[in-house]
Design a protein around this ligand. Structure first.
Ligand code: ZN
Length: 266
């Protein structure tokens, strides 16, 4: 049985319940008719000019993104002003975004990074206790044995597929306890420091916020926004495929193979 858009929504919301999203966020179905078929679902971080072409070439009926396609109120939907939104509607693509819902949930973005690093999850970095145990943004984690600084940084690079990391702070390692926040975790720097971890891995850090922590005994790793979130998409696609299969649906989940970090080092 081919799933409908509403069946995909139901499955995604089992993986990333929408009530876990931050208030300012816009998770959920952005475009689409819940009653239409969704035989092919395309998964990517952002729906933009490139990924929409990739999705259409893959025969997608629906796209699951991490970043919301619609964030601020839209006043026109035209080919000039909102080309991706316009195109998606014209092509009949449904779009669902699981953003901070997939950040907060147990098993979400930061859990995937910690898991791949071989660290054990101790709890959320910024708990949302009212939402449930273990839920919240970022994760505090620990290694069974302290990891020397060089080996730790090499492991981060390997897990995130990076050759270079932006490092700040005066931490020398070894590293036993870490904090992880995929995406943009600058606002949790102080919290990470207060928690006594030897390293904090996140992305999108600003000069002004990092500067005040430069002398602190912590290895601050800015691994970039894209790498620290795209690493968690295969897991999302796999979980979705499993859940749909368990419910007797036949469909195809396609993970973007072409989406790239807009930043590069030259
Ligand atoms: Zn993000």
């Amino acid at each position: 049985m081919v799933p409908k858009v509403k069946d995909i929504v139901h499955a995604v919301e089992k993986i990333a319940p929408p009530h876990l999203a931050e208030n300012w966020d816009n998770c959920g179905l952005q475009i689409g008719d819940p009653e239409e078929d969704a035989g092919v679902v395309f998964v990517c971080l952002d729906l933009d000019g490139a990924t929409i072409e990739e999705a259409l070439a893959a025969g997608a009926d629906m796209v699951l993104t991490h970043h919301p396609l619609i964030f601020s109120p839209v006043k026109q939907i035209t080919a000039d002003n909102t080309p991706v939104l316009y195109r998606a509607i014209r092509e009949g693509l449904a779009v669902y975004s699981a953003h901070t819902s997939y950040d907060s949930v147990v098993g979400g973005v930061s859990d995937v990074i910690a898991d791949k690093l071989g660290a054990r999850i101790d709890g959320p970095l910024a708990p949302a206790a009212e939402q449930g145990d273990g839920v919240g943004i970022g994760r505090l984690c620990s290694f069974d044995e302290p990891v020397p600084r060089d080996e730790f940084l090499a492991r981060v690079k390997s897990v995130l597929g990076l050759e270079t990391l932006r490092i700040a702070g005066a931490g020398k390692g070894p590293v036993k306890r870490i904090a992880v926040c995929g995406g943009s975790g600058g606002s949790l720097l102080q919290r990470a420091l207060n928690s006594g971890v030897e390293s904090y891995i996140t992305g999108d850090l600003k000069y002004s916020s990092v500067r005040e922590f430069a002398g602190e005994n912590i290895i601050i790793v800015d691994a970039g926004h894209f790498p620290t979130e795209s690493v968690a998409l295969p897991e999302l696609a796999e979980k979705l495929a499993e859940l749909l299969q368990e419910n007797g649906f036949e469909n195809r989940i396609e993970l973007s193979g072409k989406e790239e970090d807009p930043f590069r080092y030259e």
